[in-house]
Design a protein around this ligand. Structure first.
Ligand code: PGA
Length: 249
């Protein structure tokens, strides 16, 4: 962990969750009532945002979207603007998740434009970066992530920016990098942010994501410059998620 930054434990529900699953959010809100830290975030599918916002009102649990369009409104069938997410109760939005980069061809340049939109709407962007297995094996992970960061982060992101390092080969696979690899990458990201953002770079929370489970969370908590985690599968059940949350207390 680091040094003056309140850790963030974020759950990315992806394309999972029906109304009955709001009980999980209710349970998380209840279980976190007396935890001063970490900050807790759930990013449910947009269909559940408004109902989740009612459940989380007056609790410490914050909500986020999983993507947004760059325009505030307009002729974009099927898309949601950052303003709509904010209006529905979101405080954050995940941008540039590798599933969106792979399935929707999102580029880092598009991610940067979406990050502008998020900031315009008062949302805090969580910008995701990460390499493929082949890129890591070729020794290109740092260079690749460095290039993604440079292209994805707007020049004046403000105090709310979060960066999530998610090696693509670790997402949903049960495989994880070694703590040494995560430490090396997070140190590198911190230094790149310093170069790009000056002193603002020291305030950005850096999350690790990719097969984070209650069984391995202690490995990530112990690493400098890991200021929280982005959790997919293990965020869907409140009991699993709360074990991860408690590791960052
Ligand atoms: P996972 O997903 O925890 O299921 O690996 C992480 C993510 O994609 O954010």
């Amino acid at each position: 962990m680091t040094d003056g930054l309140v850790p963030l434990v974020a759950g990315n529900w992806k394309m999972n969750g029906l109304r009955r699953d709001l009980d999980e959010i209710r349970a998380i809100a209840g279980a976190s009532a007396h935890l001063p830290r970490p900050e807790i975030l759930i990013c449910p599918p947009a269909t559940l945002l408004m109902a989740a916002a009612e459940i989380c009102a007056g609790t410490a649990v914050r909500l986020g979207g999983q993507d947004c369009h760059n325009e505030p409104s307009g002729m974009h069938t099927g898309d949601l603007s950052a303003e709509m997410l904010a209006d529905a109760g979101a405080a954050y939005v995940i941008l540039g998740h590798s599933e969106r980069r792979a399935e929707h061809g999102e580029t880092s340049e598009e991610v940067r434009i979406k990050a502008h939109a998020a900031l315009r709407a008062g949302l805090m962007p969580i910008i995701c970066v990460g390499e493929t297995r082949a890129e890591r094996e070729a020794g290109e992970a740092l260079a690749l992530v460095g290039a993604q960061l440079k292209a994805s982060i707007p020049p004046h992101p403000g105090p709310g920016l979060v960066v999530a390092y998610e090696p693509i080969w670790a997402i949903g696979t049960g495989h994880t990098p070694t703590p040494t690899e995560v430490a090396e990458m997070h140190t590198f990201i911190r230094s790149e942010l310093g170069i790009g953002l000056g002193v603002g770079g020291t305030k950005v929370r850096l999350l690790y994501g990719g097969s984070v489970r209650s069984e391995n969370v202690k490995e990530w908590v112990a690493i400098d410059n890991v200021n929280g985690v982005l959790v997919g599968g293990a965020s869907l059940k409140s009991a699993d998620f709360m074990q991860i949350v408690k590791a960052f207390q």
